[in-house]
Ligand binder design. Structure first.
Ligand SMILES: *[C@@H]1O[C@H](CO)[C@@H](O)[C@H](O)[C@H]1NC(C)=O
Ligand SMILES: *[C@@H]1O[C@H](CO)[C@@H](O)[C@H](O)[C@H]1NC(C)=O
Length: 307
């Protein structure tokens, strides 16, 4: 024990190991995520790893910052997608990874497909595909067909910082195939009243549409097929009581997901139109391409306070 502790002190620049929930991450499983320690990409990649709770502050893999890119999933293989088990923390090998195991995301039918699969308990188990580079402001454009062919199924395109709880999103619900919903959150404040629906769209589960989020330091814009349907100004997010702009500004990761909203809490299930009618399956969220234009490029993308 004593020797172990000595070597621990010598090998880590940080002498106080962080608490990871009820665990303390050691050097063999140094990365903390939500109370669990491990040493693989699911735990160490910067989109989930908690530096302050890990073995050392440098245990989490380095955050790679935004570069302009187009991930074309019509191509069978390449540096645009990998399963997380094969990801080693080098974003040039995979711009996007399937975040969880078992993975229900794969390249098939000239697209990236995220599937919602029925489990023995009757609930759906979905998938999350997440970008391996962080973005702080920029434009994200994706060609997408929603997987929400039944009420209860939710598909989404999200720019989110999971630790701070800032988020900008598009969400599709099976209850409504003729619009997409836009929303944003600041510091995990669950204010659902900020949701705004798009203009009417031809069935989002039968057609590919181009969804775009234009995120700048002053405005967020949501567009579908080049048509702007919503603008949020940072100046309009001022909370006078708290003295803060409730505007997403933390660097974040781009993700796509499909999940079972129908077996969740009543409010969520009602919103999603649940429970799921499994006769309408398969439920596949299909992504043809994701284009990213960074506001700050390369190493310039770091967390900056905006005054
Ligand atoms: C469930 O989905 C099937 C296939 O789409 C459809 O025929 C059926 O009417 C649906 N059932 C309900 C209750 O909506
Ligand atoms: C980022 O920093 C690294 C290490 O200092 C350097 O090798 C790389 O060229 C930089 N990239 C950009 C885009 O500035």
């Amino acid at each position: 024990m004593k020797l172990e502790l000595v070597s621990l002190l010598l090998t880590s620049s940080l002498v106080i190991a962080g608490k990871c929930g009820t665990q303390t991450c050691g050097k063999d499983t140094p990365c903390c995520v939500k109370g669990y320690c491990n040493n693989n990409a699911m735990y160490c990649a910067p989109f989930s790893c908690e530096p302050e709770n890990s073995f050392g502050t440098k245990s989490c893999w380095t955050t790679a910052h935004c570069v302009d890119s187009v991930a074309d999933f019509t191509k069978p293989a390449g540096p645009h997608f990998a399963q997380i088990a094969s990801y080693q923390g080098e974003p040039q090998t995979a711009a996007y990874v399937s975040q969880y195991e078992p993975s229900n995301a794969k390249l098939a039918n000239e697209q990236l497909e995220l599937s919602l699969v029925k489990q023995p308990d009757g609930k759906g188990f979905g998938a999350v595909v997440i970008g391996t580079r962080a973005i702080q402001y920029g434009t994200v454009t994706a060609v997408v067909k929603s997987g929400c062919k039944s009420g209860g199924v939710v598909s989404s395109m999200i720019i989110r910082n999971d630790k701070i709880g800032d988020e900008i999103d598009f969400e599709f619900v099976g209850a409504d195939k003729s619009t997409v919903q836009s929303n944003y959150y600041w510091h995990n404040e669950l204010d659902y009243t900020k949701m705004v629906k798009s203009h009417p769209l031809p069935d989002t589960t039968a057609n590919y549409h181009t969804y775009q989020i234009v995120w700048s330091p002053d405005t967020i814009q949501w567009k579908v097929n080049d048509q702007l349907f919503r603008t949020v100004k940072r100046s309009d997010t001022w909370d006078a009581a708290k003295g803060v702009f409730k505007y997403p500004e933390a660097e974040a990761f781009i993700s796509f997901s499909i999940w079972d909203g129908g077996s969740g809490a009543k409010g969520t299930s009602d919103w999603a139109g649940g429970p799921i009618n499994w006769s309408a399956s398969p439920f596949n969220l299909a992504v043809k391409s994701i284009a990213v234009n960074c506001y700050y490029k390369g190493n310039e993308t770091t967390y900056k306070k905006h005054n």
